[in-house]
Structures are given as structure tokens and as C-alpha cells.
Design a protein around this ligand. Structure first.
Ligand SMILES: Cc1cc2nc3c(=O)[nH]c(=O)nc-3n(C[C@H](O)[C@H](O)[C@H](O)COP(=O)(O)OP(=O)(O)OC[C@H]3O[C@@H](n4cnc5c(N)ncnc54)[C@H](O)[C@@H]3O)c2cc1C
Length: 288
């Protein structure tokens, strides 16, 4: 699968921590904040889960000299959720205890993890109010989860959702996913605590910009979040309008599942990979 690496490079900030931190610093110099994801998911041994936790701890140690706060995006299945809930909880607590000025956020994975992810967040938010969550507008249950994060004032990123989910639990049409995104985003913006609007969908962003203006929602009370390497033009437009923009910055060697999700999101991405594959296979490089 190394053949996909040229494509993956566009979406990841390096395979190692040092390179990622350099990128995070230059992102900050350009005016953006970062939420950092150590790539990896679905580990099956305790040792792998400890390695993932240690990478976050080392990242926090190496970030001590940064003059700005980071958000850490954490996938619970990389910390052992599918091995044992208690092992996963202990790994998360180690990260939360070391986080200091930084915030930690549970990425939302496939629907088999949703209930456990929400529950662990509710359980740990009480002693650790620097813990946040992600909710997906394609899930029918999200309206009820938004009630819970508003009630508990948990900082929540709202995204559409990146996994294949069945119709009984998830909206299948883009119209419904978008409608629910707008509905839940409006609620989070009005009543939530430091929500993040995570989309590159211009129709959604434009509609929410109008809502924000109409309701006089202060720019310091929420974030826009976009993925590293996606729609840099939009990132800049939002920044120039005076909004806080946070970039989702993944790094690490386990880039394949993340890259495959980005690949599936756009047919142009598949064409890019196919073109590179043909160029490489048939020696069609333009440089001779
Ligand atoms: C900050 C952030 C964090 C996220 N965290 C999670 C999470 O925890 N769990 C989860 O399930 N999902 C997560 N996602 C992914 C999300 O659920 C969507 O799959 C993804 O954002 C694409 O949906 P969209 O809203 O951007 O709209 P789309 O309609 O898919 O895209 C709108 C436009 O953005 C551009 N674009 C979008 N994706 C790509 C791409 N891959 N390559 C090139 N251009 C692209 C295109 O111009 C496209 O027309 C996250 C997304 C963001 C931005």
C-alpha cells in the first residue's frame, strides 16, 4: 500500500512527531490552531494501546515549549477500547493528567463505538473538564447526544461522519445529513460550550455564517475546524473573516485507514491515485 503514500502525504503532517511539531508551529505562525491526531486505530494488544498512549505523552512533553494550546484528537480504539473498557479508560486518564493547558477530544469512530465513547466522555468530563467529544450529524441518535453535551457543557466538534452506517441508525441522503448538521450546529452554537463546526461544505458554512451574524454569536465562543490538506482556500477565508480556525493535523506511520477515508470522500482523489499509479508503472514521469 506504499503506492498510496504520495496521496497520503497531502493529508498527513509527517510520519514522526518531530516533523509534525514543525508543521504545527508553522500552522500556528499562519494564524491557525491545531488539533493533533496520532494516527492509529483498532489495536488488539495491550502493548499496542500503551504505545499509542506513550506517543501522546511524548507529544505533550515535546509541546511544553509551545506558547499556544493544542487540542489532542484521540481515537479510543487506538487506546484499547476494543480490548477492555478499563484499560482504555486508564490510558485516557494518563493522557488527561498530563495534558496541562491542552485539551483532549475523543474522535468519533464507527457506530459500534458510539455509545462507549459518549459514556466514557461523560464519565471522565466531571473530573477533567478539558475533555471534549465529536458527534456525527449522519447518526439519528445525535440529536439526543447533543442534548447531553449541552446539559454537561462538553466542548463538541460536529462533523457529518466518515464511516458506512446502515439506514436504521444513520441518515443516508446528503440532504438529511446536511439538515441535521445545520439543526445540531445551531443548537451547539447557541447553547453549547466551545463547539467546533467541522466541515468543508460551503453551503453549510455560508448558512451558519448567516446564523452566527443574525444571532450575534461571538467569534470567541466557537471554532471552525478543517482537515490538514483540504480546502486551504476556505481555511484562509474563515481566518480572514476573524474566526478561530483549528486544523486537524494527523501524523504517524499508521496512515492507511485515515487516507482511505479521505480517498473515498472525493472521486477526484481516486483519479489522482490512479494517475500516479499509471505514471509510476509505465515510467511516464515528466522529468527526464
Ligand atoms: C476537523 C475535522 C474532524 C473530523 N473528525 C471526524 C471524526 O472524529 N469522526 C468522523 O466520522 N469524521 C470526522 N471528520 C470527517 C467528516 O465526518 C467528513 O467525512 C468530512 O469532513 C467530509 O465532509 P464535509 O462536511 O467536509 O463535506 P463534503 O461534502 O464531503 O465536502 C465538501 C467539500 O470539501 C472538499 N473535500 C471534502 N473532503 C475532501 C477530501 N477528502 N479531499 C479533498 N477535498 C475534500 C471538497 O471540495 C468537497 O466538495 C472530521 C472532519 C473534520 C473537518
Amino acid at each position: 500500500m506504499r503506492i498510496l503514500y504520495p496521496f497520503a502525504q497531502r493529508f498527513i503532517a509527517g510520519e514522526d512527531r518531530k516533523t509534525a511539531l514543525k508543521n504545527i508551529q508553522s500552522i500556528y505562525k499562519s494564524g491557525y490552531l491545531s488539533t493533533v491526531d496520532v494516527l492509529g486505530e483498532n489495536v488488539f494488544t495491550e502493548a499496542q494501546a500503551s504505545d499509542a498512549r506513550d506517543e501522546y505523552l511524548n507529544l505533550l512533553k515535546d509541546s511544553e515549549t509551545l506558547h499556544f494550546p493544542l487540542d489532542l484528537s484521540v481515537k479510543l480504539t487506538s487506546l484499547g477500547l476494543n480490548i477492555n473498557y478499563e484499560i482504555c479508560k486508564k490510558n485516557v486518564e494518563d493522557i488527561l493528567n498530563a495534558a496541562g493547558q491542552h485539551t483532549v477530544r475523543f474522535d468519533m469512530e464507527g457506530s459500534d463505538c458510539t455509545e462507549r465513547t459518549v459514556n466514557l466522555c461523560l464519565e471522565l468530563h466531571e473530573p477533567h473538564n478539558n475533555l471534549g467529544l465529536v458527534l456525527q450529524s449522519y447518526l439519528r441518535r445525535t440529536e439526543a447526544d447533543v442534548d447531553r453535551v449541552i446539559q454537561n457543557q462538553i466542548s463538541t466538534r460536529l462533523c457529518k461522519g466518515a464511516y458506512q452506517e446502515p439506514a436504521d441508525i444513520a441518515f443516508q441522503s446528503m440532504t438529511e445529513v446536511r439538515e441535521n448538521f445545520l439543526k445540531q450546529a445551531r443548537r451547539l452554537l447557541k447553547e453549547g460550550y466551545l463547539p467546533a463546526i467541522a466541515t468543508h461544505d460551503e453551503v453549510l458554512i455560508q448558512t451558519l455564517l448567516e446564523f452566527i451574524k443574525q444571532e450575534s454569536i461571538p467569534p470567541q465562543s466557537f471554532y471552525f475546524e478543517l482537515l490538514y490538506g483540504v480546502r486551504r482556500d476556505l481555511q484562509k477565508i474563515l481566518l480572514d473573516k476573524g474566526y478561530r480556525v483549528r486544523i486537524y493535523v494527523p501524523y504517524g506511520k499508521a496512515w492507511l485507514p485515515y487516507t482511505l477515508r479521505r480517498l473515498a470522500e472525493r472521486k477526484e482523489n481516486i483519479l489522482f491515485v490512479v494517475k500516479n499509479l499509471i505514471r509510476e508503472t509505465f515510467g511516464m514521469s515528466k522529468i527526464h
